[in-house]
Design a protein around this ligand. Structure first.
Ligand code: PAF
Length: 318
């Protein structure tokens, strides 16, 4: 049995916390700015068949030095793992806040969308084994205490910095597979992150700007007019940045498949905008614009999407 610590108990974090709590000790790390007098996090998880309620204990920051993250419990607690589900822009601040309590041997697994936050954490935590995860599990929050497991998917975990290894990725997968969700170790997690980034870049800002579910994109003239150029820009950036060779038609086919499979979904970016929350546009289009600039190439379609979503977020008109 392992101790699984969860930082960022949003919809996805709650899904994993619930599913892992049947076999492991799961503890929720409360955010520094969200001090709670409660002993734990109460919520229900609804999937296709059932709705189950959970009470998972908080790991209060004040007890962290003596808690399961502490070095001195290492012998009695052979396996402790930290899963991070914060929004991309919250990830480095949230991890930095608990860094003094985080012994170097504890693996950190990052579940963020986009790219950028993983790179920042990899640099800021060079002594910790840092892993990145890519997941296609669908979860959303109906109310603050009611999580819906909207669609089953797959999850890949791979080493993201020098301290992380494939053997460590396999160990993390063995723990996470006890959730009953599909998990595999991935040697080239960077490529998977880039492929997901490309999909998110095509779907998220478009649905945010058009205020529509994913499945409506192919019938939206605004989307169809920009789709080919957008894919060409993505293909060129991926080729120059990570040396990945693909064609815009192949990329389109992958994006079309995700649109079909998630047709009813309201993308995470549109959900954020509708709820008046900060979006992950910086780690999706913002990251791509920066990479293109470094490669001295223009990406006018991605840049426009980036600026338009930033403007939408400022005016709050969705
Ligand atoms: O961010 C999202 O909403 C999801 O990654 C995806 C695949 C676009 C489906 O909605």
């Amino acid at each position: 049995m392992s101790t699984v610590c969860i930082l960022g108990a949003g919809a996805l974090g709650s899904l994993w916390a619930a599913r892992l709590s049947n076999t492991h000790t799961v503890k929720i790390i409360p955010r520094l700015n969200k001090k709670s007098s409660l002993s734990g996090y109460d919520f229900s998880l609804q999937d296709a068949e059932t709705t189950t309620t959970y009470h998972l204990p908080y790991l209060p920051l004040s007890s962290l030095p003596d808690g399961p993250l502490s070095e001195n419990t290492r012998a009695s607690s052979p396996s402790v793992i930290l899963l991070v589900f914060c929004k991309s822009f919250d990830t480095l601040p949230a991890l930095t806040a608990i860094k003094p309590y985080l012994p170097h041997h504890i693996p950190i697994v990052l579940f963020q969308n986009g790219l950028g936050s993983q790179v920042e954490v990899g640099k800021a935590f060079p002594d910790h084994p840092v892993y990145a995860a890519v997941t296609t599990e669908g979860a959303n929050r109906k109310t603050p205490q009611h999580i819906i497991h909207a669609g089953r998917g797959s999850t890949w975990i791979g080493p993201f910095n020098k301290q992380a290894t494939m053997a460590g990725a396999k160990e993390a997968c063995a723990v996470l597979a006890d959730s009953g969700l599909e998990v595999s170790a991935e040697a080239d997690i960077t490529l998977r992150l880039w492929k997901k980034l490309a999909v998110n870049c095509a779907i998220n800002p478009m649905t945010a700007l058009l205020n529509c579910p994913n499945g409506e994109l192919p019938s939206q003239p605004y989307f169809t007019a920009r789709y080919t150029t957008l894919c060409k820009e993505l293909v060129l950036i991926m080729q120059l940045t990570i040396g990945y060779e693909t064609t815009s038609d192949a990329l389109k086919a992958q994006i079309d498949e995700v649109i079909r499979k998630t047709a009813q979904n309201i993308s995470s970016m549109l959900q954020d905008l509708r709820a008046g929350r900060k979006t992950e546009i910086e780690d999706i289009c913002g990251y791509l614009v920066k990479e293109a600039r470094q490669q001295n190439i223009a990406c006018p379609t991605i840049t426009q999407l980036y600026q338009d979503v930033l403007a939408l977020a400022t005016t709050g008109s969705q």
